[in-house]
Each structure stands twice: as structure tokens, then as C-alpha cells.
Design a protein around this ligand. Sequence first.
Ligand code: NIG
Ligand code: FE
Length: 433
Amino acid sequence: MNPSKGTLILTNASEIVTLKSKDSMPKFRMSGHELSLIKNGSLIIQNGRISDILDHPFSESHFPTSEPTTLVDVTNKTVIPGLVDSHTHLSFAGDREDELEKKLQGVTYLEILKQGGGIMRTVKATRKATVNELIRRGKENADIMLKHGTTTIEAKSGYGLDKENEIKQLTAFNKLNEVCASSIVPTYLGAHAIPPEYSDQREKYIDLILQEAIPEISKGRLAKFIDVFCEKEVFSIDESREILLAGKNAGLRPKIHADEIVRTGGAQLAAEVEAISADHLLRTDDDGFNALADVGVIPVLLPGTTLSLMNNEYPRARRMIDEFDLPVALATDLNPNCFCFSMLQIMTLACFNMKMTPEEALLASTINSAAAIGLHENIGSIEVGKQADLVIINAPNYKHIPYKFGSASLVDMVIKNGKVVASNTPALIKTTM
Ligand code: NIG
Ligand code: FE
């Protein structure tokens, strides 16, 4: 989305949570940012970027006269950075709502997958969809996420599997950047499952990924990252290593679905291939956490997945933070098994079920999540010069966010690149010239 022209001013916020970096720490680390709350302050936004942060209300008599200015009164409201959802499977065809009943009867995720359900069912539907259908579905999802305050979304392919259909999914993600208010960051996840036509010749499918898909995706600049579902009965450690390294050599930074259902050593592999993030980590042990900390791999935790897998076991966020000082990030994992649109909901799960504090949950959903997709220099905190991606929360302080869960009106306004892209209270906006 193009940056807005003119000046946008937010005045008299009950609280601005800038999450600015401490000078002495690496910028994205959990301990490297502090809340840095500004009471009754104002933000000045010019050409889509934050140009000033004031610790007092803005007076209308100081309106610049040379350019159009929009003033938004945010009295009694909280301003936070736009939320970053660093792990989603944004666009696919079909739904799997009926699998909920199977899960209630005790059929496990891997059993459903083996029966041809789960990922395979979504693959079948997605292969039949046109690129325009995937754009439409992706936009529908992204627009709902925007209303929940998410301004940047990482999007994984993985429901096409063969080269043509993976490229179709990635093409849709790239196109979504032109038609959505939010930014979409594409990831190639061809190694999400072995497609049915290769079920007896997995080496051939891996060859296709290595020899055909990766070179073409890299050449067309269709993805920024490469990901693998490294899991028992899905892709082994050795297969994952080969795929991630081939992607890395072609300019795609590795990410990995690691230790989600069974501990296979995915965290250690993430460190070995210098992945930008390792995601899920439900079964990871201290050796795995150590490996992540050594190399600076960001753990992306997905408590919505645990909720939808119904196994009540959450990643050990407290241990990762307290013992290993890991810069924990959060994401929804939006997919047909875990159809969660809202980072706000994820923050609630992180606090209630992983015992993260509201402060940690907010850091994990903004700056750390931005770092998990390599964008922390541009988004994820409110600092002069950064892109003006902001959410105005209908509450006097940030602690209301995880506390008031399930509310449709917690998000009052969303600003992307300096432009108001979603708003519940137009009456509060005044425009000059
Ligand atoms: O991150 N684990 C693998 N992939 C997704 C689920 C995809 C699906 O069930 O369709 C995940 O949980
Ligand atoms: Fe996933």
C-alpha cells in the first residue's frame, strides 16, 4: 500500500506504548525493548512514517498550514504498534469444520492426516481453485485480521504441493499486497506434506522441490522464506535439512515447523541452518532452547494451535523467557485446523495458558513478531522514522488487551502506512484543507 500524503496527528492518547529499543541491547530481543509508556501524548505522522512523538496533547493552533492535516482525538484510548502475525497459512480453498467432531471423538491430528483428511483435503480443494479465488479468499481473511489490528501477515503456501500449484498460491500472496491494506510476506512451504501422487516415491517429490520449485520461486522472487513441516511421519530431520539449505542457497531464509507433535530435534536443526525462526516448539527441551538462544533463532509460539488440537499442552514460554532469554514471538497459525484471525485472542491465550505477562504478549505480537519475519527495522514499534502502522485500542491502557477477550470493539482504529484503513469512530476525525 502506498504511504499516505499529508499529515496525520493522533492527540491526547491515554497511553502510547512505543516499545522503543533500549540502546544497549539487540533491537528485537524481548529484553531489548521496553514498554516506554507515554501518557496524554501525541503522534505526528508524515508521508506514512512517524515523524514526531510528543509527551503532551497537540494543540490545533499548531496545525501546519501548508498541507492537509487530519487530527484524530484519541482521548481515553491506547495507541500500540500494528500487530504482526508472523505465521499463517493465509489463503486456501475449502473449510474443515467437520473435523472438529472427529477431534472431539479423540481422533488425532496425524490420524486425520493419514485418513486423507487434514492438509491433504485442503490440498485437493486448493489445487482446484483459480488464482483469483485464492486472492479473494486471502483478502477476505486479511481484511478480518485487519479489523483485529493485524497490519502485517506472513503467509505460507503448502496447499498446492506440486510446483504449479505452489506457484499459484505464492502468486496470489504477492497479488494480495496490491489489493489488501495489510502487508503480506510470502513463504514457500512445498514441504508441508508428500502429495498423494508421490506417496510411494518421496525422494522424487523432494527432488522436485530441490531441482524445480526452489529455483523457479527464487528466480521469480515469489517468496522471502522457505519453511518445512519437520515432524514424525511428515518430513524427517535429514530431509528438512536438505530442503532448507537448498532454499537458503537460493536466497530464501529458512523457517521451520519444529517439535510440534513429536520432538524430533527441529529446534537444533533451526539453529544449524540459521533459521530466522523456529515455530511451534511444543515438545522442545532445554537442549533445543539452548541451540535457539546460541544462534539467535526466534521462537514463534502458536497457542491457538494447541487450543484447536485440544491437547492442552502449551509451549513453555516461561522457561524460554526466564531461563534462556529467548525473544518469544506469537502468531495465529491461521489455517483450516486452527481458524484464528485475531492476534488479540492469541495474546489472551499466551497470558492465560502460557503465563506470559500482558507486556510480554504485546512485545511478542509486535516487535518480536516483526523480527521473526525480518522486518523489525521498519515496523513493530513506535519510533521516529518507522512506518506508521498503528492500532488504537478502545481502552485506557494496554493491559485491557489480553484481559477483555472476545470483544468486537476493542480495536477502535487501524492505521497502515499512515492511512486510516479501519475505523469505528469517524466522528473523532477532523480534517483541514
Ligand atoms: O502449522 N503443522 C502444519 N501445518 C499447519 C496445519 C495445517 C493444516 O492442518 O492444514 C500448522 O499447524
Ligand atoms: Fe503452520
